[in-house]
Design a protein around this ligand. Sequence first.
Ligand code: ATP
Length: 355
Amino acid sequence: MGIPLASESRLASLKGRTPTIATLCSHSSLQIFHGARARGFPTLGVCVGPPPRFYDAFPLARPDRFLSVPRAKDLVSVGDQLRDAGAVLIPTGSFVEYVGADAFGSLDVPVFGNRAVLGWEADRKKEREWLDSAGVPMPRRYDDPSEVDGPVIVKYYGAKGGKGFYLAKNRAALDEFTPTGPYVIQEYVLGTRYYMHFFYSPLADRGYRVGHGSLELLGMDRRDEANIDELYKLGAQEELLRAGIRPTFVVTGNVPVVLRESLLPAAFDVAARIIERSIELFGGMVGPFCVEGIMTEELEFKVFEISTRIVAGTNLFISGSPYSDFVEPGLSTGKRIAQEIERGQGEGRLNEVLS
Ligand code: ATP
């Protein structure tokens, strides 16, 4: 038996019935509904305003029904209706961004995964404490600008999609930076970015064993980030700044990547450490998560961020990936979530995968 995350009263709305898989109608909802339908679950889409028409174009990924709310954050006021529907909410990036970690954390509806994790992801200091204490290599952090001895990236707290990040190639350039909110100064790591989609199952009893369960790698992508990805075509940053163009990291899309096979042991080692430490700190991160980092020319993987739930990069792999096909042909993260809920229910262990 693993760690119980949900109390009996939290799961009371699911007693004796098949859960309805529910999520907000954005981010990776098509994949989540598609995976749920494939495993025979009823589905419910929480939408802002009238049901979006684009689902009509994707019959295999359309939710069975919709629940409309005026704004995404009004999700917290439809708890009764979600419980009545026997809903299990699947958190996505949209929950963190539009509903907020605190409001979401107090919602009295069963949620897939450990909801405590969102608080650790939303706070850069707590996230660093978690990863540092897990022994995960991260970009150096400068507490005092006078220590800066190379290129740095200045990140605001909660700056979603890297909006407003400032790049300085040296100490002098950093002196020109005027902050407009709380920020951290980090070593700018030169290398290749990888966004690795893992899944931790506390229920699995075979495979790559970690904690009480197993770790799976389901896919990998790299993000297209406007306009930084195109900067090289235009020349040096100073020129751009003179032209009034500031680099941004706003995500505009995703491309599939694979890692050199000889680097996979390091990737699994990092992900396993993150899980093991999460078990000690807050009972464990369950389900999908993404380890985001940069592989340097010395082949050291430095992690700049983790996303503690399904990421939009998994949308590339709705019919499998070069990794998930070795777990089960055609396996998507959406389908994997549905399988975990199915297994939890079948074995009477839903309290280990829901919170
Ligand atoms: P999101 O919420 O979309 O994940 P965020 O605002 O939390 O974004 P990060 O994911 O930390 O921001 O960083 C955004 C982008 O900035 C990364 O995808 C990467 O391209 C770049 N980046 C972040 N940290 C570093 C670093 N230390 N060195 C080099 N590039 C970095």
